[in-house]
Write a protein that binds this ligand. Sequence first.
Ligand SMILES: [Zn+2]
Length: 741
Amino acid sequence: MKDRTADKSMLRRLRFTAVVLSFLLFSLVIVRLFYMQVINYDFYETRAMSNQTRDKTLYPARGTIYDTNMKPLAISASTEMLILMGNKLESDEQRAYIAENLSGILGMSYGDVFAKTQSTSRYIVISRGVEKDAADEVRAFIKANSGYDKFMYFLNDSTRYYPYGNFLSHVLGFVGSDEQGLSGIEYVYEEELSGTVGRSVTATNPRGDEMPFEYEIYYEAEDGHSLVLTIDEVLQHYLEKNLEVAYNDNKVRQGVTGIVMDVNTGGILAMATYPDFDPNEPFVLTNDDVVKELATIKDADERNAKRSEELDKQWNNKAVSFTYYPGSTFKIITASTGLEEGVISTSSTFICGGSYKVGTRSISCWKSDGSHGTQTLAKAIQNSCNPAFMQIGFKIGKELFTKYVEAFGLREKTGIDLPGEAVGLYNLTQDIDLAVYSFGQNFTITPIQLITAVSAVANGGTLLKPYLVKEILDKDGNVLESFGRTEIRQVISSETSEIMCGLLEGVVKYGTGKNAYVAGYRVCGKTGTTEKIAEQLQTGADDLRVSSFVAFAPADNPQIAVLILLDEPTVQPVTGGLTVAPVIRRFLEEAMPYIGVEPQYTEDELKSKDVTVPNILGLTLEKANAVLKAAGINGITSGSGDTVTDQLPAAGSIISNNANVMIFMGGSAPDTPITMPDLSGMTLDRAQKTLQNIGLYVKVEGIKTGTGNVIVTKQSIESGETVKYGDVIIIELSDMDQRAT
Ligand SMILES: [Zn+2]
C-alpha cells in the first residue's frame, strides 16, 4: 500500500528541495530577527513593547472522504482559530472580562475560557473551528476594546464536518479537537488525510501590525489527500435503514451489525452497526438509557469511568471487533470442506435420529419434536440438521477441519483497513470439539471473517482481502494510488463453489431460509442462532442469543454477499430464520435491482405478483374493464352512469393481483373512516378477507405461499389507527416453522 511510483519519488525530491530552500530563507529571517532583538535591542525595545514576531501555525485542509460514486461523506471546511497572547494580559480583571464576553460567542463555559487566559504563553489557542458568524462577533469585541488587537487575533483553520450525521459513522470514525483521526477510516488513514502543517513567522511593528514582506517566512501548509471508499451510499442507506428496523422490531439489547461485500473484489459496499452516533459530536452519548443511568451515579470518578466505557462501546465497530459463535452459518464452511475433500457428495445421505453420540455424550439436533430421519446433503443443509453435520465433521477429521478453517481465513485477521479487528478463540483437540465445531459452536469468529469466507464460497473459491479504500487522490483529484481485488488463496474449487451455490439456494427456496426469499431473485443463504454461553454463565441469564443470517445472490452468478447479525434480540422466538431472514429479504429487495440485476419471475411468482392499479376515470364501463383486464385485475361495478366517476383504490396503488378494483359509475367512493384491525397471526387468506370486508386493500411482502405455518408478522398501519375506505395496507408474512438454530 505504501509503494510509491517514480512520479511520486520525483515529487518527493522537489518537496525536499523546497524544504531546504525555505530553511535557508528561514535562517536569514532568524538572523534578521536576532539582530533586531539582541544586537540592536535598545533601539527596537524603545520602539516596540516586546513583541516583534508573530509565529503562526498554518493548518492544512484535511482530505475529503468520498463514497464510491464521489459523494462527499467527510469534508473539511474553512474556519478560524482564535489566538490570545497571554503574556500581554495585565490583570485577572481583564482575564475575567475576556472570559465573560467571549465564552457565550464561542459556545464555551466561562471557566474554560478563564482557565486558558491564565497562561503567559504568547500563543494560546482559545478556540478552534470558529465559524464565520462567531468570528465576526469576536472581531467586533476586539474592535470595541482599544488595544485588544495587539494580543488577540485569528488564524485560518479547518474543521471536519460529516454532512450526513450518523451515516456510516462506525466506518468513517471521527477526529478529535485537534483534527486528528481517532477512529475508523479517519484513524487508519490519518497520514494520508492530514496533510502537512505549515508555518509563518512575521515581524511586527510596535503597534503590533505586521511588518513588510521582507520580514516574513512562510512554509505553505500542504493539504491532505482524499479517499474514495468502496462504500456505495445507496446500499449503505438500505442497510442502515433495515438494521434500525430490525433493532426496534426485535428489541435487541446489544446492537445489530451488517456487512455487504462485493464477492468478486472483496470491496465492502456497506457496513453498519446500530445504534450509531454522530461523528460531528462523537462524545455525545446516543443511548438515552445510558444517559439516564449515568445521571444516577453520584461519585464523579465512577461516573466518568462508566461514561468512557459507554463511549468506547458506542464507537465500537461490531462488524470487525465482535467475536461470536457463528452457529449454523458455519455449516457452509463444513459442507464446502467435505465436498472439496471428497468425503461427501451431493448423493450422500445422513441419518438424524434427533441426536448424535460422541463417546459417552449425546448431542441433540435443534429439532426438539422429533428427528429429521434420512436426508440427502441438500435436505440436511435445508433442515440445518446438527447430527448430519457432526457426521460430516467426523468424515473430514480434526486435522483437515482445522486446515480448512485456517484456509478460509477464520483464524487470522482479514487485514481490512479498519482499526480494532479482533480474532476469536479456536482450540480443537477432542472429538467432542470436532462434533460441535462442525455446526459452528464453541469457537468464535468475527462478522468480517465470516462474510469474507462465504464470499470465497460464492465467487468460485478464492479468499479475498476485504477493503474499504479504493483510491487515494491528491488535492486536485488525481489518483495517487488505487486498490482492488487482492487474492489471499484459492480455498475450494469452482466445482465445489458451484455445488454450494445450488445447495444454499435450496435453503432459501425450501429450507430454514425461506423468509429471505425475494420474488424474482435466486438468493442463497444460511441461518444461524447461538447462545452466548460465556455471558450466560457469567450473568445467570439463559436467553442471551446471537441471531444471524448470511446470504449472497444471484445463485447463478453471485455478485454481493450480505451478513446481518443481531446481538441479543429479545422478541421470541429467536431464530435466524424468523428474526434475521426477513431483514435480509427487505435489504435484497431494494439492493438487487439497484446493483442492476433484473428480476426473473417464475410462473408461480408471476401468478402472485403485485399489480399497479391503472387510471380508469372518465372511461366507459366497457373500456374500464378492458384496461383493468389488461393489467390482470378484476373490476366490481357500482352505479349505472355512462362513465367512471371514481375508482378504488386510486390509480398508482400497488395491490395483490387477486384483489378487485371498485368501479363507480356515478357518484364517488365512500370516504368512511375505518379503524385498522390487528392482523398479526392471521394467514394470508384470512387477512385478505378481513381487509376486503371492511373496504381495504392488501399488498403482501415476504413469502406469499407455502405449506408451512405462514402468517402475518407485520402490518404497515398499526391496529387501532384510522384509515380511509380503499386504502392499501402492506402486510408482511413469515413462515413461523423456521425455528432451526
Ligand atoms: Zn436433525
